[in-house]
Design a protein around this ligand. Structure first.
Ligand code: SF4
Length: 416
């Protein structure tokens, strides 16, 4: 076990949403007017506790601060802006420091934009999801297609130009959503970063109940695949770099926070349901807001569990994280069983081997979990070869079940 590592990337969870979307199983508390002073106090207390425990050494020059949710834009914007003081204003001054806050269009007003910008927020990620009124209604979203455009305008007017837009694909066919039209509309917004999320049916959600009662049929595999590939092609043609399985960016606009996590950097997560990774250990907080808040105020600690990944988990996660990105996996494959695996993938259009790195194509990303297991098996057969670098994933992993590593759709933050 390594000692406490220096952490340069911090995630803060803001769990409140005005309404729960039909598919959402994130750590969310439905509350239109949350007590944001109480939220900020809990984050401050937890951070003091973490630092006092010696588990983490916070860098004097943070690389990123990411406030996700939930819907951070329902909080009083003054309390969001005060997070800089909570982590230490001087830590947010390094060149290139990225401070992202997630927002939903209906609660992102001009005054929220100005407050955030004055506080130092320099990137906003919008949960837009679709431009179809029927689809937005079905999902339970509270904004209209027009609200999305207005929200981006407000951000730009406040001086924040590093903007990201989330879209969901793979909606049930019965919603009659026009995916091609949504891709055209998102390009009109000219956001330099776009994230795509495939809809999944998560246990316990209204969507899962509707599917269970056969009131709705989830999107089939063929259409899911078709929509993903159409997006990959459309966005690449429009000049976006498909730099990670779900993410597209104009040059220079990739998410620094997420990229650090994909590369295995340490990160500290604060707030309910947040995950952390440092010094070879990962831990996660109480998921429910009230349980977390009470626990932090009693003990200064919101932790629900922790673990040190096994060697097998470490190996698989290292491969999986690297394959997620366009930079791919640097692996010593020449002359090995792994080389013939990768050559087979190339022949099927799933990957390419360039400058010693295995890089998945969009077709390959659609089957990334299976490819990870296949490559790991081949590398193991060859013996000493193995991917370098430490791993980092965002959730608890059950020992001995390699398939389990892939069940966490969020990463070092819960998006949307
Ligand atoms: S999907 Fe986003 S906006 Fe909807 S309930 Fe979940 S966290 Fe809130």
């Amino acid at each position: 076990m390594k000692g406490p590592g220096e952490v340069r990337n911090v995630y803060v969870h803001a769990p409140f949403c005005a309404r729960r979307c039909c598919y959402c199983d994130f750590a969310v508390e439905v509350n239109r007017r949350p007590d944001s002073a109480e939220w900020l106090a809990a984050i401050r207390t937890e951070l003091d506790g973490v630092r006092g425990s010696g588990r983490v050494r916070l860098s004097s020059a943070l690389e990123s601060l990411y406030v996700g949710g939930g819907t951070p834009s329902v909080l009083d914007p003054r309390h969001v802006a005060e997070l800089a003081a909570v982590v230490g204003r001087e830590r947010t001054l390094a060149p290139g420091f990225e401070w992202t806050v997630e927002a939903n269009p209906e609660s992102f007003t001009g005054s929220v934009a100005r407050r955030w910008a004055e506080g130092g927020v320099n990137r906003v990620s919008f949960g837009v999801q679709s431009f179809s009124s029927a689809a937005l209604r079905w999902m339970g979203r509270l904004h209209s297609a027009e609200d999305a455009g207005e929200a981006l305008k407000s951000a730009r007017a406040a001086g924040i130009s590093n903007l990201s837009v989330d879209l969901i694909f793979g909606l049930p066919a019965s919603i009659s959503r026009d995916w091609r039209n949504d891709l055209e509309r998102v390009l009109d917004l000219e956001a330099p970063h776009i994230s795509l999320y495939g809809l999944t049916v998560e246990k316990g959600t209204p969507l899962a109940r509707a599917v269970g009662q056969e009131r709705i049929t989830p999107c089939g595999e063929a259409r899911y695949r078709e929509e993903y590939l159409l997006a990959a092609e459309t966005l690449a043609d429009a000049g976006y770099h498909h730099y990670e399985v779900s993410n597209f960016a104009r040059p220079g606009f990739g998410s620094r926070h997420n990229t650090a996590c994909w590369k295995g950097a340490s990160y500290l997560g604060l707030g309910n349901g947040a995950h952390s990774y440092s010094g070879g250990r990962r831990w996660w907080n109480e998921r429910g807001w009230a349980v977390y808040r009470d626990r932090v105020s009693r003990s200064g600690n919101g932790r629900a569990g922790s673990e040190v990944p096994t060697a097998q988990q470490t190996r698989l996660e290292t491969i999986w994280l690297a394959l997620r990105t366009r930079d791919g996996l640097q692996a010593a494959v020449p002359g090995s069983a792994a080389l013939s695996v990768v050559r087979r993938w190339e022949a099927r259009g799933l990957a390419e081997l360039r400058n010693g790195a295995v890089r998945l194509t969009p077709e390959g990303w659609l089957v990334m979990d299976a490819l990870t297991l296949e490559l790991d098996g081949a590398l193991q057969r060859h013996g000493s070869e193995g991917p370098p670098g430490p791993p980092a994933v965002s959730g608890p992993v059950d020992d001995g079940d390699p398939g389990e590593i892939f069940k966490y759709p969020g990463f070092c933050h819960g998006t949307m």
